[in-house]
Design a protein around this ligand. Structure first.
Ligand code: TEU
Length: 562
């Protein structure tokens, strides 16, 4: 039995199955490969695995395009393999959370195939619309409106069978389900119950705020120039209603399942509503605010701006304060859609990689909420040094490149964007050891291994008491052993300091002080603006023999104040 609120003290580890461990020599990771690595996760100390999609899928977006929700793709193994994984994880006290991708299906899902027939009872399960008024169906520019897809030039794809268009706000291979139709919702809930019966411990819900489309969109009267539904902004008016209904129908809270909703565009306000325990919607959401701070609002996808430290830490603090009393935060820097944190927010040079990976983890894991570790983050894995477009695999990278070059954007500009921000940086194979292909596969991996694997790998980390891995183990144990890390009130110190990230956590008479130098130069500590910590006990630090009045480059300390 799962105790009430167990997820508030848990640390979640995300596995991207395609890139974790290959067991059958096809160059693609699989479920038996994951099972063979469970002892590694147990050693790290994580409580939960979130498994990115392993369902049957044509893989146009690496499994975020599902053609059968009740089966495993042969690439990854069988349903029996998944049952073995769940049982083996449970034996080690590790829970397993499935990715739930129900804003859209694959265009090869039987529901969608049926709905292509205008006479089908499933026609209304998706968004079918005629060409814009007066336009020739199927001709260029005749789409119902001008909205681009995330990974394609238009969110509308023409289907010659019926002469109409369907909506896919990610790509043509990912048609959006119409959640206004109650049959769609019941079909999804039945599928979720089927997985709960198979022993899964919760769901990470892909772009769940997009299931309710904005008003106006649900009628046939589309503004031809409109860009509804806004992809980044969000949710339509029925989101909370749908989430509460799902929770009731699947008994998500009754069964103490972990629920985390990915919500691009969500704000503290929408997150409070969705995670207020009294409303029985979700346990927590993934905000996108802190991972969008280096983008230009309303700009092109390849436009980037510098991200000063005060902007980043004040954003996290805003969420800490916003959800302090009602709701709960999820904490992440890395996932399968983001460039590697150590390369993005840290310093991945040989001199500072280890310290900056540790310090970023210290800061994140000492915030209040449920921390998420993305595979390889615990090794300080870095961005890939890809230099040509042929090395990229991601539908998003290839689309950004095509859109930029078609629009006359200089190649260097879009390549710079990909070199720093592509989702593929998170998707290079897990670096297990110094053997060929990093121990990930005996074949040619589906995407190149980062050439730094001979030094950055799990085997090397396990022999080094000062490794990034060892630091993550300590951070996870610290959370498990200290109520103040789990529940303490958060207060940001020195909010405008451009290199120090400092805060306290307080629970009753217990108080922690976290001091982190997020720069590659030494930083003096402004002692007059900090709580007195001269005699404080050092719970965990990145450096030996630190000076009381300054921090070395990327040094951090967790101190217990009296
Ligand atoms: O991501 C949704 C999302 O909004 C972004 O992270 C998206 O990947 C990015 O803006 C593109 O540049 C989720 C999944 O995490 C992602 O892997 C899927 O591709 C997407 O939904 C569609 O299912």
């Amino acid at each position: 039995l799962r105790p009430d609120g167990w997820w508030r003290s848990a640390v979640v580890y995300q596995i991207y199955p395609r890139s974790f461990q290959d067991s059958d020599g096809d160059g693609i990771g699989d479920i038996p490969g994951i099972t063979s690595r469970l002892d590694y996760l147990a050693e790290l100390g994580v409580d939960v695995i979130w498994l990115s999609p392993v369902y049957r899928s044509p893989q146009c977006d690496n499994g975020y395009d599902i053609s059968d929700y009740r089966d495993v793709d042969p690439l990854f193994g069988t349903l029996a393999d998944l049952e073995t994984l769940i049982a083996a994880a449970h034996e080690r006290g590790i829970r397993l959370v499935m990715d739930l991708v129900v804003n859209h299906t694959s265009d090869e899902h039987p529901w969608f195939i049926e709905s292509r027939d205008p006479a089908s009872p499933k026609r209304d399960w998706y968004f079918w619309r005629p060409a814009r008024p007066g336009a020739e169906p199927g001709a260029a520019g005749s789409e119902p409106n001008d909205r681009p897809a995330a990974f394609a030039p238009s969110a509308w794809t023409y289907d010659p069978v019926s002469g109409e268009y369907y909506l896919g706000i990610f790509s043509p291979g990912q048609p959006d389900l119409n959640w206004e139709n109650p049959e769609v919702r019941q079909a999804v809930y039945a599928m979720m119950r089927w997985w709960v019966d198979r022993g899964v411990d919760g769901f990470r819900m892909d772009v769940i705020n997009l299931i309710s489309k904005p008003i106006g969109f649900t009628t046939d009267a589309l503004d031809p120039s409109g860009v509804e539904p806004t992809y980044e902004g969000g949710s339509g008016p029925r989101l909370d209603e749908f989430l509460a209904e799902m929770n009731r129908e699947v008994r998500l809270d009754d069964l103490n399942l972990l629920t985390v909703g990915e919500m691009p565009g969500s704000t503290v306000e929408t997150a409070i509503r969705a995670t207020d325990p009294g409303r029985h919607e979700l346990n927590m959401v993934f905000t996108f605010e802190h991972v969008m701070l280096d983008r230009v609002p309303g700009g092109q996808r390849w436009d980037l701006v510098d991200l000063p430290l005060p902007v980043l830490k004040n954003n996290l603090a805003h969420w800490q304060l916003g959800l302090a009393d009602v709701g709960w935060n999820s904490l992440y820097f890395d996932n399968h859609d983001q460039a590697r944190a150590v390369s993005r927010f840290g310093d991945d040079s040989p001199e500072h990689r280890v310290a900056s990976a540790k310090t970023l983890a210290t800061v994140l894991h000492l915030h209040k909420g449920t921390p998420y570790v993305y595979q390889g983050e615990e090794l300080g894995m870095t961005n890939a040094p890809f230099t040509t477009i042929e090395q990229y695999r991601d539908i998003s990278a290839l689309n950004v490149y095509a859109a930029a070059t078609a629009g006359g954007v200089p190649t260097e500009r879009v390549m710079h964007f990909l070199e720093t921000r592509s989702r593929d940086h998170a998707r290079t194979p897990m670096q297990w050891d110094a053997t060929d292909a990093a121990g990930f596969t005996t074949a040619t991996p589906w995407i190149e291994v980062n050439p730094n694997y001979p030094t950055i790998n799990a085997a090397a980390a396990s022999e080094d008491a000062d490794s990034v891995f060892a630091h993550f183990q300590k951070l996870i144990a610290l959370r498990h052993d200290n109520a103040v890390v789990r529940e303490g009130r958060f207060e940001l110190l020195l909010p405008e300091h451009d290199r120090l990230w400092a805060f306290t956590r307080t629970l009753d008479d217990e108080r922690l002080l976290v001091l982190a130098n997020c720069s590659s130069r030494p930083a003096d500590l402004p002692l007059e603006d900090l709580p007195d910590h001269v005699d404080a006990e050092l719970l965990l630090g990145t450096h030996l023999n630190g000076r009381p009045d300054s921090l070395a480059p990327w040094e951090s300390r967790i101190l217990r104040l009296d």
